[in-house]
Design a protein. Structure first.
Length: 65
């Protein structure tokens, strides 16, 4: 990459990151707080509790690495 000046390379990378962020924000809908709380209480918390019990069981049985 010696033929591209560092300043130009920096601005190209910065423009690419800004473009990706803008594309992501424009493509996916914004989630409301009630949607996020529903996701957390109905799905993520039970999955987390099952994972915690499973890891504790595996650790107590001595099956870990």
């Amino acid at each position: 990459m010696d033929f591209i000046p560092p300043v130009v390379w920096f601005f190209l990378k910065t423009a690419f990151v800004i473009y990706i962020m803008m594309w992501f924000k424009w493509t996916f809908p914004r989630l409301r707080i009630d949607q996020l709380l529903t996701l957390e209480w109905k799905y993520l918390l039970p999955i987390n509790l099952v994972n915690l019990v499973l890891v504790a069981f595996i650790s107590l049985m001595g099956w870990h690495f």
